[in-house]
Write a protein of this length. Structure first.
Lengths: 274, 332
């Protein structure tokens, strides 16, 4: 896990993008990042730091929320994503798993998975094989295949959402806050599966996560976002050891745990200085 | 059994058949509401427009003839041929598909993510535009629609059921057109349900109905889905237009059948296809039976006009999502 990337091939290149919602609200103020092929890249930061917006800018879902990339460029395999609609983007291998799962509640788990293969024009047999592949990673989904997704547990819905994305046979998955609202044990389980998918199926991940601790254990490389800017980046192992990250995001310091109040004021000062 | 009893059954059967017609109109609303969250005020006008277009093709009318005549002083009205009903229906269907594409291109595309009320207002505008446009295109006179479905009382049924009720009973009087309408509507509904349950596109339709954003994120194109849904709604409107048009002529009042669909929707739920069907049947049977049993003998009649709305009101109070409205899934 210590090697920074598995290969040097660049899949996604986000270059200094600025995003404005509703023509007035500036959310991203120049974010740059890159996702190498075969890696797990983590995008870290607190609430409102701009993680979700960054992912949506990449997957071209901003339009439907009245958001707009006003500066900078996003290239996928050297091609600007702005020219592609979400469907074309899914076809070219990028798919997003949205924050808060967003399963189709009234469809069964299996139907949910099948919608993931919407953009693919392959035979039924191939789709059935993909379905088996997804079930092999998420055996729990197989048990619940006939249940309406809305009635499954939060963890199962998260698995369903990831499984649905896998059905498009993606090269890169943009995974937004997979740990949200889940018990620590489930978070471990899901991150474990993400790692497995990365290693066995060669899927690259860009994951936005508030849970810095878990994310840095599973990711290869990390970016830390604060109020719409990347404030720090580096190999996950280095970030884990970085005293600032330790203090602000992992809640540890040389003198042991501190009160959150101290951390906050310190952090504010630090931002002023930088 | 007395003749009165069999007469009651006849009323019941007629109610069922009227109900199927209501369902047909309600279905158009449900389809669009489910897929795009839009209450399509123009559904009734779409039925009228479809029926007018069908008659126009059948009679070989020249579209916009009145406009041309007024502008250039010409005297043209007809191409001078009559089209086979089957081809005319296919062509009218083509026009409704074209209409769906235009609605998406000119209206829906620009109103993505707007409040439902704004979309609703847009469909009101659309309704009035189409009303005028239809008149301009095909003329506003009352037209006769005949696609070859036999009309009038069905003598076979009447003769073969006459023995049931003794001396004062002459058999069930059922309109052949209604029977045809029932069969056609049933086929239409069954195929729609099969389509939405078992095809890839149908699954995508339901996915969009559930969660726009998520559908977009897995690469389902909302715009394509909207065109498909409006085209299907146009098709349903065409069928409803044919049935109602054959019954009472193609004229403006045809578009008011939409008003009959509202109580059906409240009863059945805005999001349920089976709800639209069952709701239509309940309203159809309910209003006829109420008139027959209570309205005519006790209240002086004419209860049919308001009975449906009363039922709908009661439902709104006690079961706002309707009989079959999608259960709001809430996990505790």
């Amino acid at each position: 896990m210590n090697d920074m990337t598995k290969s040097d091939e660049l899949l996604l290149d986000v270059n200094n993008i600025e995003v404005i919602y509703n023509h007035v609200i500036l959310v991203l103020k120049g974010v740059s990042l890159s996702v190498p092929k075969g890696g797990i890249t983590a995008l870290l930061g607190g609430n409102g730091a701009g993680k979700t917006t960054t992912l949506k800018a990449i997957s071209n879902l901003l339009h439907s929320e009245r958001g707009e990339v006003t500066k900078g460029s996003i290239l996928y395999r050297g091609k600007p994503v702005a020219d592609l609609n979400p469907a074309a983007l899914v076809k070219s291998g990028v798919i997003q798993v949205m924050e808060g799962r967003h399963c189709f509640e009234h469809l069964t788990v299996e139907e949910n998975l099948l919608t993931g293969s919407f953009t693919r024009s392959v035979s039924r047999g191939d789709i059935a094989a993909d379905l088996e592949m997804v079930y092999s990673y998420f055996p729990r989904l197989k048990e619940r295949r006939k249940s309406q997704a809305g009635y499954t547990s939060g963890g199962e819905q998260q698995m369903c959402a990831i499984g649905r994305a896998l059905m498009s046979r993606p090269e890169t998955v943009l995974l937004d806050e997979p740990s949200m609202g889940l018990a620590p044990q489930l978070v471990e389980e899901i991150f474990g599966i993400v790692k497995e998918l990365n290693e066995k199926e060669g899927v690259s991940f860009l994951l936005a996560e508030q849970n810095t601790n878990v994310a840095l254990r599973f990711a290869h490389y990390g970016y830390i976002l604060e109020s719409g800017r990347v404030v720090m980046d580096g190999p996950a192992a280095d970030l884990r050891e970085n005293p600032d990250v330790k203090e602000f995001y992992l809640g540890m310091s040389e003198e042991g745990r501190k009160s959150y109040r101290d951390v906050r004021s310190y952090r504010r000062r630090k931002r002023w200085l930088s | 059994m007395s003749a009165e009893f069999y007469f009651g059954i006849e009323v019941f059967l007629n109610g069922l058949m009227a109900g199927v017609m209501y369902s047909l109109v309600a279905l158009g609303f449900v389809l669009i509401f489910k897929a795009s969250g839009i209450f399509n005020y123009a559904q009734g006008i779409m039925a009228l427009f479809a029926a007018m277009t069908l008659v126009g093709f059948q009679e070989g009318q020249i579209p916009f003839a009145h406009l041309f005549n007024a502008m250039f002083g010409t005297e043209m009205h007809h191409f001078g041929w009559h089209m086979n009903a089957f081809f005319a229906i296919i062509l009218a269907l083509g026009v409704m598909v074209l209409f769906a594409i235009l609605v998406e291109k000119l209206i829906l595309k620009h109103l993505v993510n707007q409040e439902p009320i704004i979309l609703f207002m847009a469909t009101i505008g659309l309704a009035y535009f189409m009303e005028g446009f239809g008149d301009l295109m095909w003329g506003s006179n009352v037209k006769k629609l005949d696609v070859g479905i036999p009309q009038g009382g069905n003598f076979w049924i009447e003769e073969n059921t006459a023995f049931l009720g003794g001396e004062n009973f002459y058999g069930f009087y059922l309109d052949t057109l209604d029977i045809y309408a029932t069969v056609i509507a049933t086929i239409l509904v069954v195929s729609l349900v099969l389509f939405s349950q078992y095809t890839k596109t149908g699954r995508a339709l339901r996915a969009v109905a559930d969660d726009h954003q998520a559908a977009l994120s897995v690469g389902i194109s909302l715009r394509t889905i909207w065109v498909i849904v409006w085209a299907i709604a146009g098709f349903v409107a065409l069928v409803a237009g044919i049935m109602w048009g054959a019954k009472s002529g193609v004229q403006f009042s045809l578009s008011l059948i939409a008003l009959k669909a509202l109580p059906v929707l409240m009863l059945g739920g805005f999001t349920s296809i089976p709800g639209a069907i069952i709701g239509g049947l309940i309203i159809g049977v309910g209003e006829k039976m109420f008139e027959f049993l209570i309205g005519a003998p006790l209240l002086g009649g004419a209860t049919e006009n308001w009975f449906a709305y009363m039922v709908a009101l009661v439902f709104l109070v006690f079961r706002p999502q309707g009989l079959f409205g999608e259960k709001i899934i809430e996990r505790v």
